[in-house]
Write a protein that binds this ligand. Sequence first.
Ligand SMILES: NC(=O)c1ccc[n+]([C@@H]2O[C@H](COP(=O)([O-])OP(=O)(O)OC[C@H]3O[C@@H](n4cnc5c(N)ncnc54)[C@H](OP(=O)(O)O)[C@@H]3O)[C@@H](O)[C@H]2O)c1
Length: 352
Amino acid sequence: MSHNILITGGSGYLGGSLLAGLKGANLPPYSTLYALVRTDDQAKAVRQYAAEPLQINLSSPESITSTIINKQITIVFHLYDAIDIDNPSTFIKALSQVKQATGQEVHFLYTTGAKLFSEFAGAPTDKPLLDTDAELYAIQKKQVDTAPIPFMSQGVQANNLVIEEAEKNGVRAYIFAPCIVYGKGTGFGNKISIQTVGIVRIAKAVRKVYDLNEGKPTWPVCHIDDNTSLYVEILRAALQDRDIGHGKQGYYLASSGSVAWADIYEAMGKTLKERGAVDVEGVHVGPSVEEMGKMGEALGSPPELVRWATGGACTLTAENGAKIGWKAKYPKEHVLEFADAEVDWILTNLGK
Ligand SMILES: NC(=O)c1ccc[n+]([C@@H]2O[C@H](COP(=O)([O-])OP(=O)(O)OC[C@H]3O[C@@H](n4cnc5c(N)ncnc54)[C@H](OP(=O)(O)O)[C@@H]3O)[C@@H](O)[C@H]2O)c1
């Protein structure tokens, strides 16, 4: 029996780009590609990628279980909620049942975020934190209690739960960590990312670019095409039933290296000024309380979370992808060289 795949989040930036990227990926043969959808328009749109639309009521464990079992789905890519502690175990248990019924290896990829490996989630940031570190699971277990922000603790718990449930149920799990992903989304839905979009939103709100960090913290970066190609390589390995490292050895960061936020602010700020989206040049410090309020409003979050959304320290470092033959096409400096195009792309697509 060949594999049946379910991709979720297909109307999103990462998931849409993944669906679009499958066409030219020259993957081994599989049976059916399903895409989770929530609307009729999405159902129509995913057919262009030769995907069968699938509606699942994600608030109903029965709906998830019966769909996975009835469709004999053997590979699930979860790309819709980085702090989901409810559904992964249901998907994993259902995949395990398919494995028992068919004898086929089953795979669950969970999309987390580099943020769950950052200062905001209580991760160490004093040296590179390799995604191949044999202690990474133990580190994440400790973070549950040390994460300074409660929903970050939930996200870390979600990662741990995926690994534990998958181990218990004989499912191969992969914890996929996107970082600052930038570049033109190629899917049918959302075409813009998160952090670079946050930088534009808050700058527009106060007509100035602020650096809220202390020191010059860095964060891993990745072009959307490279992020997609790591998803594809993991999918290729799953289709070939190749064991590339899963569970406690299955953390995958897609990144070509780390860049200082200050350099990203400066590069994007230059174009924001040229496009008239801010009034003053340069990167500034010390916003007023009123400005912090406006920046929070622009992100739909309290002012205390503005730096969380658009700054901070994360030393997570990509090693695992290279071990399975993945290589980034774009070097880390590209995020700075591309900053003007990124700003234009965001300004064009904001609010769409
Ligand atoms: N982009 C990045 O740089 C980045 C970095 C780190 C982590 N991540 C994480 O990766 C995931 C995907 O990111 P993204 O940039 O692709 O986000 P996005 O563009 O906002 O897309 C989110 C996707 O999830 C779907 N979704 C949301 N809630 C859902 C629900 N209850 N049931 C079914 N589908 C649901 C959305 O469907 P609708 O269109 O129907 O709403 C959409 O397809 C997110 O969890 C994000 O936090 C992203």
